[in-house]
Design a protein around this ligand. Structure first.
Ligand SMILES: C[S@@+](CC[C@H](N)C(=O)[O-])C[C@H]1O[C@@H](n2cnc3c(N)ncnc32)[C@H](O)[C@@H]1O
Length: 283
């Protein structure tokens, strides 16, 4: 059957719209761009081109998956983060724009050769980006999920930092030895969604992203508490802990900080002015 790019996009946009997908037309364009290996400008300038049978079949399949709630990034297998392309699978959280603010804060505080630990590395987006941005930095990337560690390893290889990055499957920092590892910086985007909030998440997130990456249990704070408690022995004098927190956790996290151990440098707001990135210095 002959279908033009314009017709395929129109019909896919309607299907996605009816399925409640936000920015339906745009998502349809992203899926077709991915299948054709061309950018959006091509879709516009070649709107009347006929699609091959194979492209039509794949496009239908992908549109069906997207209409059923699967995130675009799990279908295409990629997500941009800090200007680089990361591979993602359903074993890892899709990197978010607010986490780029954590990376910016970490870069501001790090000099060449910094030694960094990324707790809950997921796709590896934080650790890999820091190694690309900070000269001669080295890092350990930790995750409880062995499947996530495999994705992070792939990204480290694809982005040419594998020789400066070690991986460890570990529950927080339990498998690390503080006699062997002393870091300048510990970074983490931990799971922080409270159990009761899970039902209210977008279906793309709730039904498709890994639960272990989203919620650590009832109040959403258990990994944050462990980071505050466990990282000091792994930090050099004046070393930093930088963590991302949930949209409503700023005041609670302030109360959890032990002033004898930490100096709260700042809690950076995200683009919606929500306190998001907690920067602490070991006293
Ligand atoms: C919110 S995701 C962050 C992933 C990635 N760092 C990012 O920013 O996109 C949290 C990650 O922490 C991992 N995780 C959850 N609980 C953990 C624990 N107790 N110890 C180590 N990693 C954990 C999850 O598997 C997941 O990859």
């Amino acid at each position: 059957m002959n279908i033009s790019i314009a017709e395929a996009l129109r019909s896919a946009g309607q299907i996605l719209d009816r399925a409640g997908v936000p920015e339906a037309r745009r998502e349809a364009g992203s899926l077709l761009s991915f299948i054709l290996g061309k950018d959006r400008t091509f879709l516009i300038s070649h709107a009347e081109d006929q699609l091959s049978e194979d492209a039509v079949r794949r496009f239908r399949e992908y549109v069906e998956r997207r209409a059923a709630g699967e995130p675009l990034q799990y279908i295409t297998g990629v997500q941009d983060f800090f200007g680089r392309e990361f591979r993602v699978t359903p074993d890892v959280l899709i990197p978010r724009p607010e986490t780029e603010l954590l990376v910016e804060a970490a870069i501001e505080l790090s000099g060449p050769g910094a030694f960094i630990c990324d707790v809950g590395t997921g796709s590896g987006c934080i650790a890999v980006t820091l190694l690309r941005e900070i000269d001669h930095a080295r890092a350990i990337a930790v995750d409880k999920s062995p499947a996530a560690i495999e994705v992070a390893k792939l990204n480290a290889r694809n982005l040419s930092v594998a020789d400066r990055l070690e991986f460890l499957v570990s529950d927080c920092m339990d498998a690390l030895d503080s006699n062997r590892y002393q870091f300048d910086l510990v970074v983490s985007n931990p799971p922080y969604v409270a159990e009761a909030m899970m039902a209210g998440l977008q279906r793309e997130v709730r039904d498709h992203e890994p639960l272990v990456a989203l919620s650590p249990g009832p109040d959403g704070l258990s990994v944050i508490r462990r980071l505050l408690r466990d990282t000091p022995i792994f930090l050099k004098a004046n070393g930093h802990l930088i963590m991302e927190i949930g949209f409503d956790q700023g005041e609670t996290v302030k109360e959890l900080i032990d002033d004898d151990v930490w100096r709260l440098v700042e809690i950076k707001p995200d683009l919606q002015s929500i306190p998001r990135i907690v920067v602490l210095r070991k006293k």
